[in-house]
Design a protein around this ligand. Structure first.
Ligand SMILES: NC(=O)c1ccc[n+]([C@@H]2O[C@H](COP(=O)([O-])OP(=O)(O)OC[C@H]3O[C@@H](n4cnc5c(N)ncnc54)[C@H](OP(=O)(O)O)[C@@H]3O)[C@@H](O)[C@H]2O)c1
Length: 282
């Protein structure tokens, strides 16, 4: 085990040699931020709205070509048009992350740009149930685990051959503060988000020898359609808002993802990083 962990930093130290065109240190001033993740291709799932859209926009602003995706064609079209209208380099395709044929389509679309992929950000997640954990049907369990937990691993498996040949590849999973602090009546969802913390750790160790870093963003309460009181987190939000401060904005989750993809994060892998106004982790 000790040998394995010694290999982790070594693998990453070798990644960012002189062939990296845009050093984040060199371009760390805001005026120069276009090259933070420049010349790279990023795939972002669940990226037509909310947190995923903010991350896609930020990665594109920081110089990456970004492949947008979500379940609905009209959402993809709208998101792509909006970001292209801002002069950003984006393309998009429909991808329900739980469907194998959709993941194939996303991989093919991503490879169109330059034949490889540098970053995968898995944002898509669902919560179809507000109710007791033990009352959840097998279909509910399957849906939540398929979309939230299995799909990032399956998609990464498909992208791996196209990522490992690039230098400095990086994966960011998206968990939730409920992974640490479960919300009653969201037990299946809570569980899926805790599983992602472990998936992050396992993948980080497994992919270190290939020079691929894996980290996990852990958002708190973020103002999006998903977190609307009536939809997902009934009656508990006012209390949580009082304890943990105001809701965050999707944009407040985006800079950290760009950083985690950048060479400045070359010695960071396997981390679960909270963006929640406060961290309940020791
Ligand atoms: N908002 C929060 O407070 C909060 C806190 C912690 C963690 N999170 C996590 O952050 C992620 C994004 O949440 P959000 O608040 O940004 O949600 P949102 O604003 O509702 O956006 C969800 C996005 O994901 C897409 N999507 C939904 N199901 C999908 C699927 N099966 N395959 C592919 N795309 C799918 C949606 O587009 P289509 O409808 O076109 O598919 C949309 O683009 C989720 O994983 C969620 O668990 C959110």
């Amino acid at each position: 085990v000790a040998v394995m962990f010694r290999a982790v930093p070594q693998a990453f130290r070798n990644l960012h040699g002189s062939s990296i065109p845009c050093s984040a240190r060199k371009f760390s001033k805001r005026a120069d931020k276009n090259c933070i993740v420049g010349d790279k291709v990023a795939v972002v799932t669940g990226s037509t709205k909310g947190i995923g859209f903010a991350i896609a926009r930020r990665l594109a602003q920081d110089g990456a070509h970004v492949v947008i995706s979500s379940r609905k064609q009209q959402n993809v079209d709208q998101a792509v048009a909006t970001l292209q209208g801002e002069g950003l380099s984006v393309t998009g395709t429909v991808c329900h992350v739980g469907k194998a044929e959709d993941r194939d389509r996303l991989v093919a679309k991503a490879l169109e740009h330059s034949g490889g992929v540098d970053f995968l950000v898995c944002v898509a997640g669902v919560n179809p149930l507000v109710g007791s954990t033990l009352g959840a049907s097998e279909q509910i369990w399957d849906k939540v685990l398929d979309v939230n937990v299995k799909s990032p691993a399956l998609l990464l498996g498909q992208l791996l051959p196209h990522m490992e040949k690039r230098r400095g590849s990086s994966v960011v999973l998206v968990s939730s503060v409920v992974a640490y602090m479960p919300i009653p009546k969201l037990g299946v969802y809570n569980t899926s988000k805790t599983a992602l913390l472990g998936l992050c750790k396992s993948l980080a160790v497994e992919l270190a020898p290939k020079g691929i870093r894996v980290n996990c963003l852990v958002p708190g309460l973020i103002k999006t359609d998903f977190s609307q009181v009536e939809k997902t987190m009934p009656h508990l939000l006012p209390d949580m808002n009082e304890i943990y401060g105001l809701f965050g904005e999707p944009e407040e989750c985006a800079g950290i993802v760009s950083f985690l993809c950048s060479p400045d994060a070359s010695y960071i892998t396997g981390e679960n990083i909270m963006v929640a106004g406060f961290s309940s982790k020791l």
